[in-house]
Design a protein around this ligand. Structure first.
Ligand code: NAD
Length: 461
């Protein structure tokens, strides 16, 4: 092993761990992106309408403008400048609808709709679209009120041949898929703690020329339309925790405050939430609006290693940090008699046990049983990337992949990866976390209140 690498504390085993445990090929094949653009889909593009051409709408439309698996026939937005911008972005001269999205749903030529409107409109539009016979892509968060969840299930069950997909795009990122497989395959050891933060420094207020549109375009700041930071930002990250832990939480507690931006908004601008999963596993989410130094990422921590992961504007990046245990570290601080002394010792050697240099996780890890040559190539690529000789390879854009997946599911009659179950679980976490903050009380998932708070409470000695 090169000396420079040894001095950075990385072992060959650490490098191989990040590749050998993850069979990304299977995960990425399930996403099925480029291979889908076959002659059938080119001859038979999905004809869709697009509702809500704001910021995220235009982000989608830009990706859709080069996607030949679908064709945009009409864009609907009630704010004229956004409608015009959307038409310009897609570039294929679709019809315009400024008045009422139901006119889009009435059209017989429309097979599918994208719903990229404010949160409070998601469920009414989803229900109308399903009953009009359309396939539906709806942006996160799917449901805003708890009683909407069974209503959407009922509608989806009444229309089993229509695709219903929710826009949680991390599920479509190859790097996230590799990272989560590493978690599930044990590369991090026992994972009991996930932390995520989404920190910003800004008011979140759009400057509006026409005051009549203020609440329509600054909808995020008002509870009537919005779920605040937990919905807009935390929803992505609690979905990652659910995915890593392979379950929903059992309870949530939190503190929210409107502490910095003293204008007419009524959502919190300072949020700290703790979700509890079975076996004492935790997910901690914080979000603030007056300091962006920590930016946004998810950190998954096990007793063998840590993954820090984030999805940027066009690609994801993730790093694996093998856990450094001091050679004679006490294995069970709680059970030993001289607890105090050993805790002091652990503090004194904290440098040894802290985080070391990380290994980049790449999107195209080899197959489940990589050959010797594949392992060697992976090892060389990771080493060169770590040394700064190679650039970290880019993930495919997850939003483009989720759009392709939507069209694929429509044409192939498949259930989407980011489906109603994932959307409903994500919605419950958002709704219950906001309730916990509002009521200043711990909120339990239905039927979970009797579960002991934590099975991992230390035994008294
Ligand atoms: N997946 C992601 O990473 C991501 C990122 C940003 C936003 N989003 C989601 O996308 C959705 C839209 O967010 P945004 O940032 O684009 O908001 P935005 O305010 O920029 O855009 C919303 C658009 O909907 C239009 N609209 C409002 N009411 C309408 C109606 N009745 N009919 C038709 N159009 C209507 C508005 O005029 C506006 O153009 C939200 O649900 C948000 O959470 C997802």
């Amino acid at each position: 092993m090169p000396e420079s690498q040894q001095s950075k504390g990385l072992s060959r085993r650490d490098f191989l761990k990040t590749s050998a445990v993850a069979s990304a090929t299977a995960a990425v094949a399930a996403l099925g992106a480029p291979a889908l653009i076959n002659s059938q889909t080119l001859q038979d593009p999905v004809i869709y309408g697009f509702i809500g051409a704001g910021r995220q709408g235009n982000f989608h439309l830009k990706k859709l403008s080069v996607n030949r698996m679908g064709r945009c026939a009409v864009i609907c937005d009630i704010y004229p400048p956004n409608l015009e911008q959307g038409v310009k972005t897609i570039g294929s001269n679709p019809d315009k609808e400024l008045q009422d999205y139901r006119r889009v749903l009435d059209r017989k030529d429309i097979e599918a709709v994208f719903i990229v409107t404010p949160y409070h409109l998601h469920v009414p539009m989803v229900l109308d679209a399903l009953s009009a016979g359309k396939h539906v892509f709806v942006e996160k968060v799917m449901m805003k009120e708890e009683d909407q969840i069974p209503r959407v299930y009922e509608a989806a069950q009444a229309h089993p041949n229509q695709v219903l997909q929710v826009g949680l795009q991390r599920r479509y990122s190859a790097i996230y898929n590799v990272a989560i497989q590493m978690v599930h395959n044990g590369a991090l050891g026992k994972v009991q703690f996930i932390r995520a933060q989404w920190h910003r420094n800004g008011s979140w207020k759009n400057p509006i020329k026409d005051p009549a549109f203020d609440r329509i375009l600054n909808w995020r700041l008002y509870r009537e339309y919005s779920g605040g930071l937990m919905a807009e930002l935390g929803s992505h990250q609690v979905d990652v925790a659910d995915w890593a832990y392979q379950s929903e939480p059992i309870s949530v507690m939190g503190v929210g405050g409107l502490d910095y931006w003293k204008d007419d908004r009524d959502i919190y601008d300072n949020v700290s939430v703790i979700f509890e999963y079975s076996e004492g596993r935790k997910f901690v989410f914080t979000s603030i609006c007056n300091n962006a130094s920590l930016d946004f990422s998810e950190t998954i921590m096990g007793d063998e290693g840590t993954i820090e992961i984030t999805l940027g504007l066009n690609s994801a990046k993730a790093t694996f940090y093998p856990e450094q245990k001091a050679p004679d570290a006490p294995t069970n601080l709680v059970k030993t008699a001289n607890v105090q002394e050993q805790n002091w010792w652990a503090g004194a050697t904290v440098k040894n046990r802290g985080r070391k240099i990380g290994v980049p996780i790449l999107p195209n890890a080899p197959s489940k049983n990589p050959s010797f040559i594949e392992k060697e190539i992976m090892y060389a690529r990771k080493w060169l990337t770590e040394m700064g000789v190679l650039e970290v390879e880019k993930d495919r854009d997850a939003i483009a992949v989720e759009e392709e997946h939507f069209f694929h599911c429509i044409r192939e009659g498949k259930k989407p990866i980011s489906n109603i179950d994932i959307g409903a679980a994500d919605s419950r976490s958002v709704i219950f976390a906001n309730r916990a903050m509002d009521m200043k009380q711990k909120v339990f998932w239905p039927g979970k209140a009797e579960v002991p708070a934590s099975s991992s409470e230390p035994k008294k000695v």
